[in-house]
Design a protein around this ligand. Structure first.
Ligand SMILES: Nc1ncnc2c1ncn2[C@@H]1O[C@H](COP(=O)(O)OP(=O)(O)OP(=O)(O)O)[C@@H](O)[C@H]1O
Ligand SMILES: [Mg+2]
Length: 296
């Protein structure tokens, strides 16, 4: 594994859009180095547009993205790709490509005609495939996989790139709950053991609060709140950002904010039943202070 050097990512006065339609008008942000940042916001508010601009896939009409303090437009593509990796929301694979070959493409920015594919590349690919649980399907074509399997292969490809900064657009889409937590726990491992800077878009606010050191809430192409999720997430902020009435209570496992939507058709349990459920929840949480992981 190559030593990880610290890279910084920021944006200053960004305006970005498609054709004549401007989506982001004047956005500045500093991504905390070595932390996990989670971007949340309603559909179409501009999360993917922001992530793609940070990764240089979209060119802003005004403003600058700064990678290590330098305009990202001035940095050669291959150099950007060794520092920063992006898993887009809907990636497209070449037809017929196998899992192992696709994950191997994550290594392309690191190979050149003078530096052929090496043992190090093999090891990075194997490690990425092991941690995302796709080793057993290594030889299968991508087109034949389930949505969740395919998503894990894309995550493996992003991991194989071994970049210090990793941007992931809704990496838990299509995954069952176990695999969602495995992916999120894996990102925490990478962040803690290698100080990688991770930015991800999530729709699950409870996961965002649990896993994010830093939360960015977007609305209509703007950042409306950012900071420690415990400070950012409140009933008022969720109402403002999503137009949704919720209760915010402490997550019984993590202590982070837990967002419980109220909804129009919620059937209220009777006070007695409510009390019993609440007591059971409190008892299980208090049993030894933590949820015991199940051996698998
Ligand atoms: N390639 C494109 N061409 C034209 N308009 C686009 C394109 N991609 C996105 N848009 C528009 O830009 C706006 C922001 O889209 P974006 O994908 O950034 O939203 P998002 O916050 O990621 O939403 P979601 O939660 O649904 O993924 C939307 O109105 C969308 O229709
Ligand atoms: Mg999106």
């Amino acid at each position: 594994m190559e030593p990880v050097t610290e890279h910084s990512l920021a944006a200053d006065g960004l305006a970005v859009g498609y054709d004549q339609r401007e989506i982001i008008h004047d956005l500045s942000v500093r991504i905390p180095t070595g932390k996990i940042t989670v971007i949340v916001g309603a559909n179409a508010c501009g999360k993917s547009t922001l992530l793609k601009t940070l990764a240089r896939l979209l060119k802003p009409s005004r403003g600058t993205v700064l990678l290590d303090g330098k305009s990202i437009q001035q940095i050669p593509t291959r150099e950007v790709a060794t520092k920063l990796g992006l898993l887009p929301q809907s990636p497209a694979a070449p037809e017929g490509i196998t899992v192992a070959d696709l994950v191997g493409r994550g290594r392309y920015p690191r190979t050149r005609w003078i530096r052929q594919w090496s043992k190090e590349d093999d090891e990075a690919v194997a490690a990425a495939m092991t941690s995302t649980d796709v080793l057993s399907i290594a030889d299968r074509p991508i087109d034949e996989l389930s949505g969740g399997q395919r998503q894990r292969v894309w995550i493996a490809m992003a991991l194989a790139q071994e970049t210090d900064i990793l941007l992931l657009d809704e990496p838990t889409t299509f995954l069952d709950l176990t695999h969602q937590f495995e992916v999120l726990d894996l990102l925490v491992d990478l962040n803690k053991s290698e100080s990688r800077t991770i930015v991800l878009v999530l729709h699950d606010l409870n996961q965002a609060c649990r896993f994010g050191d830093h939360l960015i809430a977007m609305k209509n192409g703007e950042i409306v709140a950012e900071g420690d999720p415990r400070k950012v997430i409140s009933e008022e902020v969720v109402e403002e950002v999503f137009g949704l009435a919720v209760k915010v209570i402490p997550d019984p496992v993590a202590g982070s904010p837990m967002v419980v939507p109220i909804g129009r058709h919620t059937t209220r349990t009777s006070p007695a039943a409510n009390g019993t459920a609440a007591a059971a929840l409190a008892a299980s949480a208090a049993a030894d202070g933590v949820c015991r992981p199940i051996d698998r």
